[in-house]
Each structure stands twice: as structure tokens, then as C-alpha cells.
Design a protein around this ligand. Structure first.
Ligand SMILES: Cc1cc2nc3c(=O)[nH]c(=O)nc-3n(C[C@H](O)[C@H](O)[C@H](O)COP(=O)(O)O)c2cc1C
Length: 201
């Protein structure tokens, strides 16, 4: 079952193996099962430069190829998922740097999903990301996914921690359902007010 929804997943840990990357990967597979086309940006293999404010309002002019590609991918995505490890009661600097390479036009009237990993399934990262997404004019969906170490089994041969806790699987299903329900509504809204990139018109 294919749908036309495109998803960009940004996970803000460069540790490998990474719990954050693992939960984001599980979400990617779940979205793909529902027919979405997904790109999980790997910050270890495709590192991003430190955000230079000179390109704040024109991310496509950034001289760095990865930064330009990130802006293009974000432009054409209906859904953007931000996943983060909890660092010092917040989201990671690596993720913030990636966001600072983008601007409002990549986020406005889009469904944004928030995901985190840290002690006690802390919501500190996603709570703060909600405020950031509001600043970018995106719509962070209500359902969020927050995991802790005991939600996972041992790392597999692909360097992924498989999710072992059934409640996290249920939460991912609800998260994916909500994204797929809302993303077409926001896309229709972007079309109505002339915000869709030309290839979608
Ligand atoms: C700089 C730094 C700060 C951290 N601060 C917190 C914290 O405030 N609360 C917490 O629960 N874990 C904290 N941690 C632990 C990370 O959440 C933990 O290492 C987690 O596994 C990171 O996810 P990852 O496997 O995707 O890298 C911190 C780790 C680092 C490196």
C-alpha cells in the first residue's frame, strides 16, 4: 500500500549504536509499512556543518552539500520527525544545529513528530522541542514517543537496539496513525495557501 506522503527523520545522536537512532528507525519501518516514503538522515554518515547565520533565511545557498541536501529534503517532506537523546535535561546540540540550518519555510503547516530517549522516559527533550517547532511554524502532533534503556533488547548485527517493550510498539503505532491522519490535512492547507513546492502542484 503506497501513499504519497514523504517523511524526513532527523535523529540527534551521533553515538553508534544509538537508542535514539534505533527508535527512529523502528518508526521509519512502521511508516514505510503504511506506504510512506522515508529518509532517515544519518548524522554520522552525513555530518552537517556548524550553522552559519549568514544562510539563516536562505538555507539552499549554504556552500555545504549536506546542508543544501537537508534543506531540499525538508522542503519536499510532508512529515518531519525530530528524535533526540536527553542531554542535560534537554534535546541535543547536534539536533539543534541541524534545525538551525533550516528555516520556517521547511516546517510551516507540516505535521511534526517528536521522539526522545533518556532516563525514566523523560519528556524534557520533546517538551522543549515543542516550543522550537512552534517557532518554526510547524504543528507538533500530540502523541510523542519517549523511551528508556529497559525498553530495548541487546544490539543486533545491524547496530540497532530492537524495541522489546510492547507499550512502546503500541505508542509507535498510535504516533504513526496520528501523523498519517494529519499530514494530508496540512498538505491540503499548504496547497490552498500556495505553499507547496512546484512539483506537488
Ligand atoms: C552530554 C550528555 C548529557 C546527558 N544528559 C542526560 C540527562 O540530562 N538525562 C538523562 O536521562 N540522560 C542524559 N544523558 C545520557 C543519554 O541520554 C544517554 O547516553 C542516551 O543513551 C543517549 O542516547 P543515544 O544512545 O541515542 O546516544 C546524557 C548524555 C550525554 C552525552
Amino acid at each position: 500500500m503506497q501513499n504519497s506522503l514523504k517523511v524526513l527523520i532527523l535523529s540527534g545522536s551521533i553515538r553508534r549504536p544509538s537508542y535514539t537512532f534505533s527508535v527512529a528507525d523502528a518508526i521509519k519501518y512502521s511508516l514505510q509499512e503504511q506506504g510512506c516514503s522515508c529518509l532517515h538522515w544519518n548524522l554520522t554518515k552525513q555530518p552537517l556543518p556548524i550553522a552559519d547565520p549568514a544562510y539563516h533565511s536562505r538555507p539552499h545557498d549554504n556552500p555545504n552539500d549536506n546542508a543544501k541536501k537537508l534543506a531540499r529534503e525538508a522542503d519536499s517532506s510532508d512529515i518531519i520527525i525530530l528524535a533526540t537523546p536527553i542531554y542535560h535535561n534537554s534535546y541535543s546540540g547536534v539536533l539543534k544545529n541541524a534545525l538551525d540550518l533550516l528555516t520556517m519555510s521547511q516546517f510551516q503547516y507540516k505535521a511534526i513528530g517528536l521522539v526522545s530517549h533518556g532516563g525514566n522516559r523523560s519528556t524534557q527533550g520533546v517538551d522543549q522541542l515543542r516550543i522550537v517547532v512552534r517557532g518554526l511554524l510547524g504543528y507538533a502532533i500530540t502523541t510523542q514517543v519517549c523511551t528508556m534503556k529497559s525498553d530495548y533488547g541487546s544490539v543486533d548485527n545491524d547496530g540497532i537496539y530492537p524495541i522489546s517493550d510492547p507499550t512502546i510498539h503500541e505508542r509507535i503505532n498510535r504516533f504513526v496513525r496520528e501523523l498519517i491522519l494529519l499530514a494530508p490535512v496540512y498538505r491540503a492547507l499548504r496547497q490552498r495557501i500556495g505553499l507547496l513546492p512546484s512539483e506537488f502542484k
